[in-house]
Design a protein around this ligand. Structure first.
Ligand SMILES: CCCCCCCCCCCCC/C=C/[C@@H](O)[C@@H](N)CO[C@@H]1O[C@H](CO)[C@@H](O)[C@H](O)[C@H]1O
Length: 495
């Protein structure tokens, strides 16, 4: 990707931008919305949110959705990935209590998108479980699989006619390892046993929803259903045997645990993960493994349960065996590795984020070789910065990763679309608004949460229009306008 060959995105390649409900909507208790686990967590632990700005108002997309669609038109994207807030539409999580007022928000948003030929790509679950379901154990309750299935069916029924791209669940690893295995994300349960229960249930919930769509909606509506998985790249810090073994474990626990059940030939959780957790559980005095087993039927249900892989890719980690003793039992202890990042890689605002475009290329090749060239949509990639419109670090990051992506596509990776995270600045979970991910800056102090295009928005627009990455291109100023784009009329939902 650092050679001088000019590569172009094909005309049918889809570009989009993404957000999620809790991070942008606000209106946390408007019009009958129920409480989510993030509402509860942020209200109970305000000290956990870096700058105190939580999702109560966020970017106020609940009121600013028309402006959001205008921004998407300015960018010239083909699709908008957003999530539906489960507690906004089913306030207590269950199918017997549907909040029509909540649905109205998404009716309007979807209609406005379609009016302007922008395809909605809907995520059913992006971290904001109804609190009432959490009170019943949340994702550790095996019934959560049925709760999600019922919720998914209701949403499919309502929007199957209009929505052709669906993502069931965003980042099971974040939901389970960070939300149940640590205190980093809501519901902050901090128990490794519950984290693995969560992994099993979340994966099955995805597979059930996929199955519902396939059996009840696919024939008539011909949409595509996938799952978004965090596929950052893991490389050995040096090429020693110990580091090679360490990286194999990191990949098995961070990637394989979520990819293998759906995309591998054998199905099931990776053998290496099962072996390690089974053995450690025994040593720790458990009578059964902390990693729940999948039955034959469950393995079959999961296998192949995605029309595409939603790849969320941000960065690369360098891996070596852990030099320290982690608390036991814990996820860190199970994996037994340490992570770092290249000192020379440009640093973003987020502590975990550095720019290493080669990692995207390698991750793609890894997916091709291990999962037989799956259809991929990059469902998230982005960069965090300080506030400010001249975000040259985001521009460099975007161009660098596009270079790597184009090379991966030349080398047969089946990537059909790219989604920028994020359309606009939003609540970055516990980081509040201290880390800005937006192509558009949001003035959180202003009453209307005014949005302004950053330099990166103009650069992305130019790439979408020209289909190529021109490192020398600069806009005359930061004004952005809607350009008529007839190409979008040729849009096809088939992958
Ligand atoms: C100085 C050395 C640093 C080493 C760092 C330690 C490494 C620990 C390894 C695991 C840490 C994982 C951190 C990565 C997380 C991202 O994959 C994750 N945040 C992506 O989530 C999506 O990203 C958006 C931006 O964070 C977020 O807003 C969106 O909602 C998520 O879907």
């Amino acid at each position: 990707y650092s050679d001088t060959k000019k590569r172009k995105f094909p005309e049918n390649f889809l570009f989009g931008a993404a957000t999620s409900a809790y991070q942008v909507e606000g209106g946390w208790e408007d019009d009958g919305k129920g409480e989510s686990i993030w509402d509860r967590f942020a209200h109970k632990h305000p000290e956990a949110i870096v700058d105190g700005r939580n999702g109560d108002v966020a970017s106020d997309s609940y009121h600013n959705w028309r402006r959001d669609v205008e921004m998407l038109r300015e960018l010239g994207v083909d699709f908008y990935r957003f999530s539906i807030s489960w507690p906004r539409v089913l306030p207590n999580g269950f199918e017997n209590n549907i909040n029509e007022n909540g649905f109205k928000y998404y009716d309007d948003l979807i209609d406005e998108l379609l009016k302007h030929s922008i395809q909605p790509m809907v995520t059913l679950y992006h971290f904001d479980l109804p609190q009432e379901l959490q009170d019943l154990g949340g994702w550790t309750n095996p019934l959560s699989v049925n709760w999600f299935e019922e919720y998914a069916r209701i949403v499919f029924k309502r929007y199957a006619e209009k929505v052709k791209f669906w993502i069931t669940i965003n980042q099971p690893n974040t939901i389970c390892v960070e939300g149940y295995g640590s205190k980093a994300m809501a519901p902050a349960i901090n128990s490794i046993d519950s984290a693995y229960e969560c992994v099993k249930n979340v994966m099955l919930a995805h597979a059930k929803a996929y199955d519902v769509y396939k059996k009840e909606f696919k024939k008539k509506h011909e949409g595509n259903v996938g799952i978004a998985i965090a596929v950052n790249w893991y490389d050995p810090i040096t090429n020693s045997t110990e580091n090679a073994e360490a990286v194999e474990k990191a990949r098995a626990f961070q990637l394989g645990l979520y990819l293998d059940p759906i995309f591998s030939k054998e199905g099931n959780f990776p053998v290496l993960v099962r072996k390690i957790v089974d053995k450690k559980s025994q040593e720790q005095g458990y009578s059964t493994s902390r990693l729940p087993k999948l039955s034959f039927q469950e393995i079959q249900l999961l296998k192949g349960s995605a029309d595409f892989l939603g790849m969320n890719h941000y960065t690369t980690f360098l891996v070596k065996p852990s030099q320290q003793k982690y608390p036991s039992p814990s996820f860190e202890d199970d994996v037994g590795v340490e992570y770092s990042q290249g000192e020379q890689w440009t640093k973003a605002k987020s502590s975990w984020l550095r720019s290493a475009p080669y990692g995207l290329y390698k991750a793609c090749i890894y997916l091709n070789l291990n999962y037989d060239y799956p259809k991929i949509i990059i469902t998230e990639h982005g960069w965090s910065s300080d506030p400010g419109l001249r975000d040259s670090s985001r521009v460099d990051n975007l161009r660098g990763y596009f270079g790597a992506l184009l090379l991966a596509m030349e080398d047969a990776t089946q990537v059909v679309g790219y989604t920028a995270w994020s359309l606009m600045d939003n609540v970055e979970w516990t980081a509040g608004t201290s880390e800005r991910f937006g192509l558009y800056e949001v003035d959180f102090e202003s009453e209307n949460k005014t949005r302004k295009a950053r330099l990166s928005a103009l650069v992305l627009k130019n790439i979408i229009e020209t289909r190529e990455v021109n490192l020398d291109w600069k806009p005359k100023n930061l004004k952005i306008h809607i350009t008529k784009n007839d190409k979008k009329n040729n849009y096809k939902a088939e992958l």
